[in-house]
Design a protein around this ligand. Structure first.
Ligand code: ATP
Length: 650
């Protein structure tokens, strides 16, 4: 059992205290699980093991342990099959009603500061080896000093070749160890990066931030810069220390004068770099603006042809000018920086010569290692300038990380961090004394509505009346409201688990799009998993296309040419299935012919006859077709036509 548990934990990739796990003895299952649960160390998720019997196959997680004939086995889900190592895959029928153990991961509520601390903690420890590699920096110095020895003037050149061979060996050793450290660093960084992405991905749907694409992109680029720059910084500090100690070993007390020079040089370098901190920050923010501008322009590329070119370009041009301006400032900064670096290196040689000049009066022998000291001195000034530069980039990246993380994390609603209540199906929704606010102003007041299973409702009203906002509030996409929205007469909407929404709710509006990936993937993530059904539905949408393996599983959905109607129809078919008990279509039937609308309606009635169906529409045909009508007007919403109760409208 313990072995299988460790396989499950290992395969999940979560962080775990393996050392302490050694001492967990196998007791009764529940006790083993609770002792194991105490050992999860994941910085981003609260992880816990659970035992359960899943009656609904679709609720099975992708990775779990199953109790088969008194033996626990690790199972991975692949489409509709369940893969067990060393055994034939199990079918759905074989899986039903079995006891399983699975991992549940709930995102932790972290502040920006805590996320940054996790990023620092995640810095690959293997980079510590770079300190040990620093003495290799002495190789070029020793080698260059060969010219100061008699060996080079020896008649037999093979002595030089032999010595060079020995030095090359050392170089190669350093190269291979460094390469190994680099690969390990990249491997760990990749593993940690995916965790950060998983954390942000799990919270994204709870964010109310309009431009979280730009924020997510900022986090993506800057977290890597932090890890990479820290590694380089370690190398620079180590090389500086080793090379300086080597110089001290030769020059003794006199090396202190050099140290004073390095400290002065470091102060000038820090000043030169950091005085342009603002320029770098501005540069990044104008890059963000440019990205937002490009997204807007590219997203409307075809429309541009019908706009006035000069006026539409002038908006874009302003963003360009802003970025050119900051580019120019950065170029100036870098030009000056390069010159300061060159001059620092020149001055450091001068300083060394000066120290050597006086030191040679005390000990003439130091001149024998002049070349070695020159090389070491060069390494020190290179490490100094590179160190200051890396530390600067680190600081800039941390600034951007903070600036992106803060608004993103602040915008996450609290239910993103909690496991809510699980309900099998949504049978009623009661909206009680609800006042919905938009931009902190009441938009809809005192709404009281009861939505019942199997009933269909049209939601009508003028443009901007608040139909979409009301529908969003029902499915917790809009949470600025007073009053309560109660599911199944008992549970407040905000306390319902996200899995319930994924499993039981369809929410489509005009902006709903496909997720990058194959057609099959798009059906799969929306809960339609039977290949036969998918093929049948795809054929009904693309009547002239050969629906083969390539089309279904390989071609990216964004590369499939389709009309607006086909897009809309496909989206509806891939979202509706027999497990849906709440279907919200906010203007999602536009682009469809009356026949198609009727067909969709029948499809819903056939697959999910007990679902609560809400259709927000301006289309009279659709609202006339619906047995119940909710009218949103005069800052409130009320049922104006009902299949069960006669409603009188004043
Ligand atoms: N995120 C938001 N921030 C500020 N105001 C908003 C936001 N979303 C909607 N609104 C405002 O709330 C009001 C209602 O918008 P909503 O989209 O709910 O209307 P609607 O009835 O669905 O309109 P339509 O039929 O045009 O789609 C509008 O005045 C709109 O400007």
């Amino acid at each position: 059992m313990k072995e299988q548990l460790s396989r499950l934990i290992e395969q999940s990739g979560t962080e775990f205290d393996w050392k302490a796990y050694k001492y967990v003895s196998e007791h009764a299952l529940e006790k083993t699980l609770s002792e194991t649960n105490a050992l999860f160390l994941d910085p981003f998720f609260n992880v816990s093991l659970h035992k359960n019997v899943f009656t609904q196959l679709r609720h099975l997680p992708d990775l779990f342990l199953v109790n088969l004939d008194q033996e626990w086995l690790c199972v991975r889900r692949s489409d509709d099959h369940f893969i067990i190592e060393g055994r034939a895959p199990l079918s759905q029928a074989q899986m039903s009603d079995l006891e399983i153990i699975y991992l549940d991961e709930v995102p932790k509520k972290l502040t920006t500061h805590e996320v940054l601390r996790v990023l620092f903690d995640a810095f690959p420890r293997v980079n510590g080896l770079l300190f040990l590699l620093a003495p290799f920096a002495l190789i070029p110095a020793f080698y260059a000093n060969l010219f100061n020895t008699r060996m080079i003037y020896n008649d037999a050149s093979y002595t030089l070749i032999f010595i060079t061979g020995c030095f090359s060996l050392l170089w190669f050793t350093e190269f291979f160890v460094k390469k190994w450290v680099k690969f390990k660093h990249i491997k760990v960084v990749d593993e940690k990066s995916i965790k950060v992405e998983k954390y942000l991905f799990s919270l994204l749907s709870f964010s109310r931030l309009p431009n979280n694409l730009v924020k997510a992109r900022q986090i993506e680029t800057n977290r890597r810069v932090v890890w990479d720059n820290l590694a380089s910084l370690i190398t620079d500090v180590a090389v500086f220390l080793v090379a300086y100690l080597a110089i001290t070993a030769v020059l003794g007390f006199a090396s202190l004068y050099l140290l004073l020079f390095y400290l002065a040089a470091a102060s000038v370098l820090v000043w030169a770099r950091y005085k342009n901190y603002k320029a770098y920050i501005e540069h990044e923010s104008s890059q963000q603006e440019m990205l937002t501008e490009r997204i807007s322009v590219c997203g409307n590329a075809q429309q541009l042809r019908f706009y006035d070119f000069e006026s539409s370009f002038s908006g874009f041009e302003q963003a360009c000018q802003k970025i050119f301006h900051s580019d120019k400032r950065i170029s100036h900064v870098n030009f000056h920086w390069d010159e300061i670096v060159r001059y620092t290196s020149f001055l450091s040689s001068f300083c060394l010569f000066l120290v050597m000049f006086y030191q040679s009066k005390i000990d003439i022998g130091v001149l024998a290692v002049l070349i070695a000291l020159l090389v070491l001195n060069g390494r020190i000034s290179a490490a100094l300038t590179s160190g200051v530069s890396k530390a600067f980039q680190l600081l800039v990246s941390l600034f951007h990380l903070r600036k992106s993380l803060e608004p993103l994390l602040d915008s996450i609603s609290d239910n993103g961090y909690a496991r809510g209540l699980k309900i099998d199906t949504i049978s009623t929704i009661d909206i009680k004394n609800v006042t919905v606010n938009v931009a902190e102003q009441p938009l809809l007041r005192d709404i009281n509505l009861s939505l019942r299973r199997g009933e269909s409702y049209a939601v009508v009203g003028g443009i901007g009346a608040g139909k979409s906002t009301l529908l969003k509030a029902i499915v917790t996409l809009h949470d600025d409201y007073r009053g309560s929205i109660i599911y199944n007469s008992l549970y407040d909407a905000t306390t319902i688990d996200r899995h319930v929404f994924a499993d039981s709710v369809v929410y489509l509006d005009m902006n709903s799009g496909f997720i990058k990936g194959s057609l099959f993937h798009n059906f799969y993530i929306r809960g339609v998993r039977s290949k036969d059904r998918i093929i049948q539905l795809v054929r009904s949408v693309f009547s002239n296309v050969n629906v083969d393996y390539e089309f279904l599983f390989k071609t990216d959905i964004t590369d499939i040419p389709m009309s607006s109607g086909q897009r809309r129809k496909l989206m509806l078919y891939m979202s509706i299935n027999e497990h849906k008990s709440l279907i919200i279509l906010d203007e999602a039937l536009i682009n469809l012919s009356p026949e198609e609308i009727l067909a969709i309606r029948k499809y819903i009635a056939k697959l999910a006859p007990q679902a609560i169906l809400l259709i927000a529409t301006h289309d009279r045909m659709i609202s006339n077709m619906m047995p119940n009508v909710i009218k949103v007007e005069n800052n409130t919403a009320a049922l104006v036509k009902s299949s069960t109760v006669k409603v009188t409208v004043k």
